[in-house]
Design a binder for this molecule. Structure first.
Ligand SMILES: CC(C)(COP(=O)(O)OP(=O)(O)OC[C@H]1O[C@@H](n2cnc3c(N)ncnc32)[C@H](O)[C@@H]1OP(=O)(O)O)[C@@H](O)C(=O)NCCC(=O)NCCS
Length: 148
């Protein structure tokens, strides 16, 4: 019902990812005057960790930027660690804790991203960290080998 209403709404994008004719994922984003809200994002279990969630979200984010909207918000279950790691990777930060958000029982986190800023690529940071550790080890080995 919610999906059908979204498909018909002029300010909502409903995006479906297909792999070999199978629906692999879908996402819904609602666009306001100044903000966008990600209502739904899901990738079917066999297709996870293939970059589909990233592509869906980035496509919807690009639409927001084209429309001059630079703030995106969403809610995620406090217990959904995998999704939180995904959004963190996509550049989202926690804006608020929302106790009892789901049926007055389960807490949510409100996350947001400023699309005018580039997301941090943690993989690049990790490589730089490893290089700096390697540099320290290299120096230590050199100083050991130069001992009398
Ligand atoms: C969250 C979800 C949409 C991610 O979709 P996906 O297609 O698997 O994500 P991607 O492959 O694009 O992941 C991009 C990056 O996010 C991170 N990431 C994604 N899922 C992750 C997980 N479960 N644990 C840790 N990191 C994760 C990784 O860094 C990943 O890059 P990598 O695979 O190269 O390491 C998907 O797991 C899902 O549908 N979950 C169930 C529904 C849900 O929780 N939706 C969000 C509710 S708000």
């Amino acid at each position: 019902m919610r999906v059908a209403a979204s498909i018909g709404a002029p300010n909502v994008n409903v995006l479906v990812a297909c792999v070999h004719g199978n629906i692999a994922g879908f996402a819904i984003m609602r666009y306001g005057d100044d903000d966008a809200h990600l209502d739904l994002l899901a990738v079917a279990p066999p297709y996870r960790r293939l970059g589909i969630g990233r592509q869906l979200l980035q496509w919807l984010e690009k639409c927001a930027v084209v429309a001059g909207i630079f703030n995106v918000a969403l809610e995620v279950r406090a217990g959904n660690e995998g999704a939180q790691l995904f959004y963190e990777r996509m550049g989202y930060r926690t804006l608020a804790q929302l106790p009892g958000y789901y049926q007055g029982v389960e807490a949510a986190l409100r996350l947001g991203r400023d699309l005018s800023r580039r997301p941090v690529d943690h993989r690049i940071q990790r490589i730089q960290y490893n290089l700096s550790v390697f540099g320290v080890l290299h120096v230590a080995i050199r100083s050991l080998s130069s001992d009398p």
